[in-house]
Design a binder for this molecule. Structure first.
Ligand SMILES: Cc1ncc(COP(=O)(O)O)c(C=O)c1O
Length: 380
């Protein structure tokens, strides 16, 4: 329940729903490490919790905050973003047809094309930024789920969530959105018509590179959501209490972090676009970016903290730039307080759609001037 006076999402996030511990007045929630809970004499659970693979009271602050920020009905917290995404697909049935983006987070793409396809899902990659391609690929009655990622890692292409929701629903399919990069600060997919929103909470939601977690938030409590809950309970991919506690703490600073990171990314994108050794800058906030107009409509208050550059001179030149950076850290992942750089093509390997001259930049909370000076030195 949203407390009285908590109207703005910034307020909800800052106080993680404004709850005060009833037992002692603590303004941050306790951590409940207990795996199990006392039964009533009649064998029931009148206090609502039974066993920590099914429910853990520590999760409530983060889950309820996210439900409110996304405008959903309920949220589940998972052991990782991958566990959350897996549950959304495993709640379908073998033989179901699913549309997924051609360029998306590579780990999930690999799982879909390997494990999920062997399990029986008919997985079809499609250019989801192209509405005509989505419409042509939908198989009415057979397509059960359309998966979007917007902006999509690591080229940051923007898909039209509202328009794809209309197309998917007309074909009898649901729409799920991996909104890890946009965060609820910049986009709320459920308010645009999506049925499910997923986050790798490892990234911006926690924001400090010290938790691996994932989330699913549903627009409604229906039989698909029941199957997702079952997939989590029986599959066991639940978040631990300490991670859930850290996640609620991270969520409290989500708005200022994402706004600062978006502002710095926008400054860097403009400067990089004018650098002689940069062949292209991929950032939805640049007027020259193909999805810019759509991003302006779909994202509020910024275009995110992620951008990629294509370095003149190909793969070797790009790897050389990353090697010379001192303030930016060469590391995988994104959305933390520290700025990270990664040569994605080397990580993704053969079959990756990512150009070999591309460096992915995750902008942190450092001074944009320091980040820019480091880039200038490394780019030469
Ligand atoms: C956009 C996106 N979705 C999902 C994932 C998977 O999340 P996790 O690493 O928390 O399993 C990632 C991880 O990098 C990601 O970037």
């Amino acid at each position: 329940m949203i407390p009285n006076g908590f109207r703005a999402p910034e307020t909800l996030a800052a106080q993680a729903m404004g709850r005060v511990d009833a037992a002692c007045g603590a303004i941050t929630p306790p951590i409940h490490p207990s795996t199990t809970y006392e039964r009533d004499a009649d064998l029931g659970y009148s206090r609502g919790v039974c066993y920590s693979r099914a429910d853990n009271p520590t999760s409530a602050a983060a889950a309820d905050t996210l439900t409110a920020l996304e405008g959903g009905t309920a949220t589940l917290l998972f052991a990782s973003g991958m566990a959350a995404a897996n549950a959304a697909f495993l709640a379908l049935a073998p033989g179901d047809h699913v549309l997924v983006p051609r360029v998306m987070y590579w780990g999930l793409r690999a799982w879909l094309l390997d494990f999920a396809s062997r399990w029986g899902l008919v997985v079809e990659p499609v250019e989801t930024a192209d509405l005509a391609a989505v419409e042509a690929a939908l198989r009415p009655g057979r397509t059960k789920l359309v998966w979007l990622e917007s902006p999509a890692n690591p080229m940051w292409s923007i898909s039209d969530i509202a328009a794809v929701a209309t197309l998917a629903h007309a074909a009898g399919a649901r729409l799920a959105v991996d909104s890890t990069v946009a965060t609820p600060v910049l986009t709320q997919p459920l308010r645009l018509g999506a049925d499910l929103v997923m986050h790798s909470a490892t990234k911006y939601l926690n924001g400090h590179s010290d938790v691996v977690a994932g989330t699913l938030t549903t627009a409604r409590d229906d039989e698909y959501w029941d199957r997702i809950k079952l997939a989590q309970r029986q599959g066991g991919g639940v978040i631990g209490p300490f991670e859930a506690w850290l996640l609620q703490r991270g969520l409290r600073t989500l708005f200022p972090r994402v706004r600062w990171q978006s502002a710095s990314a926008a400054i860097l994108a403009e400067k990089l676009a004018a650098h002689p050794n940069v062949a292209a800058v991929l950032y939805p906030g640049l007027a020259s970016f193909p999805g810019h107009d759509l991003a302006k409509r779909q994202m509020q208050g910024g275009f995110g903290g992620m951008l990629s550059i294509r370095v003149k001179g190909g793969a070797a030149a790009a790897i050389g730039v990353a090697a010379r950076l001192k303030v930016w850290t060469r590391a995988t992942s994104l959305g933390g307080v520290e700025s990270l750089v990664e040569h994605r093509a080397s990580i993704e390997g053969a079959g990756s759609p990512v150009p070999p001259d591309l460096l992915r930049l995750s902008v942190g909370l450092e001074a944009a001037d320091d980040l820019w000076a480091d880039l200038v030195e490394a780019l030469g």
